[in-house]
Design a binder for this molecule. Structure first.
Ligand code: PMP
Length: 420
C-alpha cells in the first residue's frame, strides 16, 4: 500500500491478509498520518459539547481551548439548563439504566413520552413513532425489516451511511444527488419490476448542507407508485417554522411515508426515531431486530422531550442560529472561499485536494479553531473539504476569529477559489 495515496477505506479488505495483519498495516498508516500531522481525528475533548471545547491532544502547542465547529448540537441545547434538569430529574426518578430491551421490560414512561411528543411534533396519529438507541439504527434497522428481496430502495447518492447499511439485503439503485432526471429514469425503469419501491432521501445532506428537492421528489415518487422516506437529522431545529424541519419548510408534513431522525443533534441527546403510522410502528417494535433485542435508552434520554418543547417555547435559538450561519457564510464568501450549496447550519469550505484540506485543518487547529477535514470515502476523492457546524450559541467574536483563521491560512495555502 502506498501510504501517500491511501485512504482509510483501503484497509477494509486487503486480500489474503489476516485480521491481525490488516490491523498492523492500518496501524502503520495511522503512525504515518500522525507523523505528517494529518491525523486530526478522534481528538480528546475534556469539556462539554459547546461553542468552545478543551482538547487534550489538539495541536500539541500547549493551547487547550478551541473554538469548536464540530458539534451538531445546533441550538446549544446540550447545555440548556431546562434540558439538563429534565435528564437529571429522570435519572433521579428512574436510575441510570433501563435494564432490558423494550419487549421484555425495558419500555418506560420516559420513552413513551418522547414517542408521544414526536407524534405531536410531526402531526401524526398517536402511536406513529418508535424510538431507537441511535439515529444510525433508526435508519439501518428499520430499513432491514421493512424492505425484502422483492423490493427496491432508490436512494439519493448523498444519503447517510446508515441508510446504505440498511439496504444491503434488498435491491438498490442510486440516483445522482438531487437530480430529478436521474430519479425519473430509475423510477421508470423499475416501476413494474418490484413489490415495493422506496425512495430514500435526507432532508438536509450531511456533507454539503443542501436541501432535498422534496416537492419534485414527492411528485415523481407518487407518479411511479413509490413510497418516500426522509431522514431529517440535520433539518430539525434548523429549518422550517419552529424548527420543524424540511417537511414543514415545504408544507409537506403529512405527505411522506416515513420520517426518520436523530436525538444527537438539535435534540441534544442520543437516540433516533422512525415516524410513520401506528401499524408500521407496531411492526417495527417486534420485527426490527436492533430495537427488539437491544436494551432501551437510559433515563438521561428524557431531556429530549424538553428539547422538543423548547423548539416551540424558545424560538430565539433558531433565530440566533440563522444570524450566525449568515455571518459565517457571508464572511467566507467575502474571503473568496467556496461554501457550495449549503442551506443549513452545515457549512463546508470546499478545497478539493485532500492534502491541502488536511493541511488547512491543521493550520486552523494551530490557531485555536477546531473543524473537521472531510476526505474520501466520506466524500468523493476530488471533493475534500473542511466541514463546519454552526451553533446558535457561537458568539460573533468567535465566528470573526474563525474568519481570521481562514484568511491567515489562505496566505499560506492559496486555497480561496473565487476572487471577487
Ligand atoms: N442520519 C444522518 C443524515 C446523519 O448525519 C447521522 C449522523 N451524523 C445519522 C443519521 C446518525 O445519527 P446518530 O448520530 O444518532 O447515530
Amino acid at each position: 500500500i502506498d501510504f501517500a495515496k491511501a485512504s482509510f477505506k483501503d484497509f477494509e479488505n486487503i486480500e489474503h491478509y489476516s485480521i491481525q495483519q490488516r490491523a498492523d498495516i492500518h496501524y502503520e498508516f495511522l503512525q504515518y498520518m500522525e507523523k505528517k500531522g494529518h491525523l486530526n481525528y478522534r481528538l480528546l475533548g475534556s469539556s462539554g459539547c459547546g461553542p468552545m471545547i478543551t482538547l487534550e491532544n489538539g495541536d500539541k502547542s500547549g493551547m487547550d481551548r478551541y473554538i469548536s465547529l464540530v458539534s451538531n448540537d445546533y441550538l446549544g441545547f446540550t447545555q440548556h439548563p431546562k434540558v439538563k434538569e429534565a435528564s437529571i430529574r429522570a435519572i433521579e426518578q428512574y436510575g441510570t439504566g433501563a435494564g432490558a430491551s423494550p419487549l421484555i421490560g425495558g419500555y418506560y414512561s420516559y420513552h413513551k413520552e418522547i414517542e408521544d411528543k414526536l407524534c405531536e411534533f410531526f402531526n401524526r396519529a398517536p402511536g406513529s413513532a418508535i424510538i431507537y438507541n441511535t439515529g444510525y439504527t433508526a435508519n439501518s434497522s428499520s430499513l432491514m425489516s421493512l424492505l425484502q428481496k422483492e423490493d427496491i430502495a432508490i436512494v439519493d447518492m448523498g444519503v447517510h451511511a446508515s441508510v446504505y447499511e440498511g439496504i444491503q439485503l434488498t435491491n438498490t439503485k442510486r440516483f445522482l444527488h438531487n437530480n430529478m432526471d436521474d430519479l425519473e429514469r430509475i423510477l421508470k425503469m423499475v416501476q413494474h419490476s418490484y413489490r415495493t419501491k422506496l425512495v430514500i432521501i435526507d432532508g438536509i445532506y450531511s456533507q454539503d448542507g443542501d436541501m432535498a428537492k422534496l416537492p419534485e421528489i414527492y411528485q415523481l415518487a407518487r407518479q411511479y407508485g413509490a413510497l418516500i422516506m426522509v431522514d431529517d437529522a440535520h433539518g430539525i431545529g434548523v429549518i422550517g417554522s419552529k424548527g420543524k424541519g424540511v417537511l414543514k419548510h415545504y408544507d409537506m408534513m403529512d405527505k411522506v411515508d416515513f420520517i426518520t431522525g436523530t436525538f444527537s443533534k438539535t435534540f441534544a441527546n442520543i437516540g433516533g426515531f422512525v415516524v410513520s403510522n401506528p401499524h408500521i410502528s407496531a411492526f417495527l417494535q417486534y420485527q426490527s431486530r436492533q430495537n427488539a433485542f437491544s436494551a432501551t435508552s437510559s433515563p438521561a434520554v428524557a431531556g429530549v422531550t424538553t428539547a422538543i418543547r423548547l423548539l416551540d417555547e424558545e424560538p430565539q435559538w433558531q433565530k440566533r442560529l440563522w444570524e450566525n450561519i449568515d455571518h459565517l457564510k457571508s464572511g467566507l464568501i467575502n474571503l473568496g472561499f467556496d461554501v457550495g450549496t449549503s442551506q443549513s447550519a452545515i457549512v463546508p469550505v470546499k478545497i478539493g485536494d485532500p492534502h491541502k484540506t488536511s493541511e488547512l485543518g491543521k493550520i486552523l487547529l494551530e490557531q485555536g479553531i477546531y473543524t473537521n477535514p472531510i476526505l474520501y470515502p466520506a466524500v468523493a476523492k476530488k471533493d475534500a473539504r473542511i466541514r463546519m457546524s454552526v451553533m446558535a450559541t457561537h458568539t460573533k467574536a468567535q465566528l470573526d476569529k474563525v474568519l481570521e483563521g481562514f484568511e491567515f491560512s489562505d496566505k499560506k495555502l492559496h486555497i480561496a477559489k473565487i476572487k471577487y
